[in-house]
Write a protein that binds this ligand. Structure first.
Ligand SMILES: [Zn+2]
Length: 295
């Protein structure tokens, strides 16, 4: 039997292998003294930008407006009451649309990080570069300090040129890892999230005539149970949890209330740390730098 060479298979093989391919796990990852499990709460402040990009109907875009006017404020109030610092992944355009919400986040000690200019990475490299530098500059001005994180598929060389030290854009592992680009260069720290901890998977429905046919509005108590179990599994392993929340989804009162109950229950266990992604990144880059792992 003759087989036709499959040009994609080598790529598949490389992805399936963990080391020495693109993704480098961090052996014996240790958290700061007294910490057993790290919980990152991350907010993707998309507002209506993705909806606009997909040319969705007005009902979908109105949900995005709710994010900027109500959702982000309500959810940040809850995190502040709980003393939990979060990372707000923000498209650059939000600096023009909802600057007060971003200033409010910064004043409370939350982190701002890149989430593309208008929720899209341009295929033209010159436009991509302009978008990233414009977003980083706009966020840095509001944050009053360097922006070191992203949630995007921007090229890693461009990210590094712009001072970005970590990305939170993979589900390839349950623990933080280093990732090289497709040329085997420009390694960057990845703080993985998981779709089972993404609020949109449980609570986001598609409006009439939207290309998104999914209809999902789950009972908050059911999601509470799923998320508690996910946290507990990682807690037992001394691991890492990264919740991906959208204020247009989770900024509704019943979901904010559920998140607050979840945090309160997590706090009943010793050694749970709720840092920003930047805090986690700085800890790993200092204590587990790539050159030490690769020797
Ligand atoms: Zn987004």
């Amino acid at each position: 039997m003759t087989t036709t060479p499959d040009p994609g298979y080598a790529d598949l093989l490389q992805s399936a292998g963990f080391q020495p391919s693109r993704r480098v796990p961090i052996p014996d990852l240790r958290w700061p003294e007294g910490v057993r499990c790290v919980v990152n709460f991350t907010l993707d402040f998309d507002a209506m930008l993705l909806r606009r990009l997909l040319n969705e109907p007005w009902g979908q875009r109105a949900k995005g407006e709710f994010c900027g006017r109500v959702g982000i404020w309500r959810i940040l109030d809850m995190f502040d009451e709980q003393g939990v610092k979060v990372t707000v992944f923000t498209p650059g355009r939000i600096c023009e649309l909802y600057p007060k919400a971003l200033h409010r986040a910064v004043a409370a000690g939350h982190e701002l990080a890149d989430h593309m200019w208008e929720h899209d990475v341009a295929s033209d490299p010159a436009i991509e570069a302009a978008h990233l530098s414009r977003t980083v500059a706009a966020l840095t001005e509001i944050a009053g300090q360097p922006v070191i994180g992203t949630r995007s598929s921007h090229s890693q060389s461009l990210l590094r040129q712009n001072g970005v030290l970590y990305n939170s854009f993979t589900s390839a592992s349950r623990l933080p890892l280093y990732e090289y680009d497709e040329q085997g260069e420009n390694p960057i720290l990845q703080l993985p999230f998981h779709y089972a901890l993404d609020d949109a998977m449980f609570f986001s429905f598609g409006w009439l005539a939207t290309p998104n046919q999914a209809q999902r509005i789950m009972d908050v108590d059911e999601v509470f149970d799923i998320w508690w179990q996910a946290f507990e599994q990682e807690y037992q392993r001394g691991g890492y949890v990264n919740f991906l929340l959208h204020p247009f989804v989770s900024g509704h009162a019943m979901r904010v209330d559920m998140l607050e109950r979840l945090i309160q229950r997590m706090k009943t266990l010793p050694g749970v740390w709720f840092p920003t992604c930047a805090d986690v990144a700085r800890h790993i880059l200092t204590q587990h730098p790539l050159n030490k792992i690769e020797g």
